[in-house]
Structure formats: C-alpha cells, structure tokens
Design a protein around this ligand. Structure first.
Ligand SMILES: [Mn+2]
Length: 476
C-alpha cells in the first residue's frame, strides 16, 4: 500500500461536503492535507500563490476570488517543431489549473485548435504504425526498472495526474502500458487523452496506449466525450472530435510484455474461421457469412490478432472482423468455455479453462485486462468486486487473470447518493521476469472541481450494458 493513501481526504468527507460553486474550488481556504501538497507540488498552481489567495479570500467583505497566476497560456507548439518533457509538464499543469479556473467553453484559450492539431497529428502518426499487439521485449526491457500497467481512466484528470506522479512518470527506465478507456463519463476526457498522447509523442517506446471500447464513435456519442469536445471547442468541436476518432482508430489493441504478460482492455479473442473454399475464389458477389452463434468458438492465435483490421470507428459485432470487438469488449466468467457476451452484445465471455488454454498455448503467465468498474462488477456475483481497483479473477496452472481499474470514486457523476467509493489501482511489473504483479491502490483526489456532466448520467446508469445496435454504423 502507498504511504500517501492515509493522507487523502476520505470519500465520506467528500460526501458531506457542500458543493462549491465553480470555478476554482482550489482557491477556497481549507486545511492543507499532505495529499494536496504532494499532488500540487508537481504542478505550478498552488505553491507560490495559494497563501496569498487564501488571505485575500479571508478579507471582509470578500473580494471576488482571484485566480492564481496561470501557466503560460495559450499553450503554443514549440518553435523547434518538437515537444519536450518540459512542454508535457506545462501541459499537465495547465490542464490541472484550467480544470479549476477556466470554464470549459474557453478551452481554446488554453489549447488553441492549431496546437491540438499538431499534437494529435504527431501522436496519430506514431500510433498508426504500431502493430495490433505491441511487443515490449528484448533490449528495450534491458534498462527498464519497471513496467506500469494502468486500467480505465474515464476522464478523471486529477486521478490520472496523481497516478502518473505516484507511479513515477514514464522515462527511459519506466514503461507505461495503458489499457484504454481514457474518455467518457468523467468531465476531462479530452485533457486525459491529450496528455497521454503528449507522453506518447515524447517517449514513443516507453508509453503504450491501447484502445478501449470507449475509444469508439458509438460509446463517445452516448457517454459524453463527443459532447465534451463540442462544449470545449465550440464551432471547431466537430473537427476536433473527428480527429480524435481518427486517432482512436490507430490505437493498438493489445500488448505482450517480456513475452509473458498479455494486456488488453477486454481480454482474449476468438479464432476466425478461414475464408471460403477455393472454388469461390475470383467469383464476384461471393458473400462470407459467419454466424458466431452457429460456429463453435475457439481461441484465436496471435497471428490472427496481427491480421485483424483495427482501423474501424466501432469494432463490428458481426461479419469477419470480430477480433477487435473481442479484445475490447470481452469479460471473464467463472463458467467454463467461450461464449458470446450476450450482456454486452459484442465480444466474448471466457472461463478459467480458456485462460489456462490461452496462457499455456502462447507460453504466457499473466493476463491483465480492465474494462470492469465497480458498477459492472456489482452485477457479477461470481467475480470479485472492484472496491480495491483490482481483482484476481482466474488462478490456473499456467498463471493468472487479473482485472485492473484505475478510476477511483467512479463514476464521477452518479445518480444515487450511495457512491461506490472504489479505490483505483495500477500494477507494477519488475525485472527480471516482469510477470509478478505488484498492486498499488489509491483514493480519488478530492474535492473534484464542480462541473456539469456531458451525458445524461441519470438515464445511462449501467456501465456499457448492451450495444444499441440500431444506432450504430453497420459493421464493415
Ligand atoms: Mn471498457
């Protein structure tokens, strides 16, 4: 456990705390806590100016709250043409500061669309070249002291910033693998995604950003990200959203660490029956119809994974290109076998026997997946709950299957008074084998700035329940 856990304000304190007017709750006088100091010491906002502001706020009659000196905004793209570690630090500081001090509609005054364009283009170029399953191995790992595996983030910017600092930021000796679901539900999906892209650009071989099921057109249109972007970029919102979707299409699907650990957002994937027999070759209008329900399901191979077409706005749930949907949407089960994931409408359910088969067949010892938060697990009594941010789901002869979820006190907007108050977790893998997971859990950064949600969270209570097929683009 982390030493700073006990310093965090407990969630119960947060619950009883009256909501504060936006913007800038950080400026309100309140007793400093160690976690705040820890957290803010990595940023430029609080250190030099807060005491002055606090005194100002104490004066009577109260003056309008004065914002701390902002970071250098608007952020500009460096004249050299390439961004640096310092630039990424400034970006993180600016996002943190703005989340408390700048209304979302003024986001372009922070990050002009031209700078957004440069960043997303730089990152997309790198991401699109990566394989469906990135291999982190060999000499690459020689100088590495740890690999950090991160689960769902869901736009909870302050928790992401805490996680990065707590785990020690990516660097030459530290690799980060993110398992997807950067956006949706939380109010700062854009900031979260962009800061991770910035890390990717400066450390392309040290930061790996895998795709989650929420990095899709369908999910972002239902769970808030599309609206968030539209609110933050106004008439440029459509342009920014399209660029983000294009970038999502480039995100790799899975990773293999040190030849032993498989990570992906949802999990394992099926084998796709081979193409029709030769006599149909060359004939026009031949149709390949594969009904996953009528075909016996079997585990897919990494060769099949490597050939899957990941560049789709929404992974199809029918047709031949089913592997991306499996990797992004599947869930483990305690029942044996592979079966269609009826609850989700896409992807698979797989039992401990399949975990064993998968690990054994490919010489692996660990699967780390994400995709299920406290709300999803609440409905799955056979599996562990997500209170600590992780569960060990299958323990088999060849190894283990683990779920890791990195969004504490999730979801940010919840219709019921009773919150899950879950911790978030990340996993550290260390040399020489990188396959013994060390779990780090953490509480949410509180209080969060008070902001409006970007989706109807009272209506959309269930997590990623089933796909609304009718509203999706047809599978291609
Ligand atoms: Mn998910």
């Amino acid at each position: 456990m982390l030493s700073n856990l006990d310093h965090n304000i407990s969630s119960s304190t947060v619950q009883s705390r009256p909501l504060e007017p936006s913007p800038a709750p950080a400026l309100e006088p309140r007793p400093p806590t160690s976690s705040d100091e820890d957290f803010f010491s990595s940023t430029s906002i609080a250190s030099s100016s807060s005491s002055e502001d606090i005194q100002t706020n104490h004066s009577s009659p109260p003056l309008p709250p004065a914002a701390p000196p902002p970071p250098q905004i608007p952020i500009s793209w460096p004249a050299s043409g390439t961004i640096s570690r310092e630039w990424v630090n400034e970006l993180m500081n600016a996002f943190e500061w703005a989340s408390r001090a700048v209304p979302p509609q003024e986001f372009p005054s922070l990050l002009p669309v031209e700078v957004f364009d440069r960043l997303i283009l730089s990152a997309s170029k790198i991401l699109h070249k990566e394989k469906n399953c990135v291999s982190i191995e060999g000499e690459e790992l020689g100088r590495v002291s740890k690999v950090v595996v991160v689960g769902d983030l869901h736009g909870q910017l302050h928790d992401v910033l805490f996680l990065l600092k707590d785990a020690g930021y990516p660097g030459e000796d530290r690799i980060f693998v993110f398992n997807g679901d950067y956006v949706d539900r939380g109010a700062w999906g854009l900031e979260t995604f962009l800061l991770l892209l910035a890390w990717k650009v400066i450390l392309p071989h040290r930061v790996f950003l895998l795709r989650g099921n929420h990095e899709s057109k369908y999910c972002t249109s239902v769970y808030g990200f599309e609206k968030e972007v539209s609110c933050k970029y106004g008439d440029k919102g459509k342009h920014v959203y399209c660029k983000c979707l294009g970038c999502f299409e480039g995100l790799p699907l899975a990773s293999i660490i040190a030849g032993r650990v498989y990570t992906a957002h949802g999990g394992i994937f099926r084998s796709i029956p081979s193409t029709p027999s030769k006599r149909y070759k060359g004939k026009k209008n031949r149709k390949v119809i594969v009904d996953p329900n009528s075909t016996a399901l079997s585990l897919g191979s990494f060769e099949e994974l490597s050939k899957a077409r990941r560049s789709v706005l929404d992974p199809p749930w029918e047709g031949q290109n089913l592997i991306p949907g499996d990797v992004l949407w599947s869930d483990p089960s305690m029942d044996p076998g592979l079966s269609p994931n009826k609850e989700r409408g896409i992807g698979l359910l797989w039992g401990p026997d399949c975990t064993e088969e998968f690990l054994k067949k490919f010489g692996l010892t660990l699967i780390i997946r994400s995709h299920e938060g406290p709300d999803a697990r609440e409905k799955r009594p056979g599996l562990g709950q997500m209170n600590e941010g992780y569960t060990i789901d299958h323990v088999v002869d060849s190894g283990k299957l683990i779920t890791v979820f990195s969004a504490p006190d999730y979801p940010q907007f919840q219709a019921t008074d009773e919150r899950y108050r879950n911790k978030g977790a990340y996993i550290v893998l260390e040399p020489p084998d990188f396959d013994t997971p060390v779990f780090h859990t953490f509480d949410a950064i509180t209080p969060r700035p008070v902001v409006n949600p970007y989706y109807d969270y009272e209506d959309v209570i269930d997590s990623d329940e089933e796909l609304d097929m009718a509203s999706m683009v047809p599978a291609t």
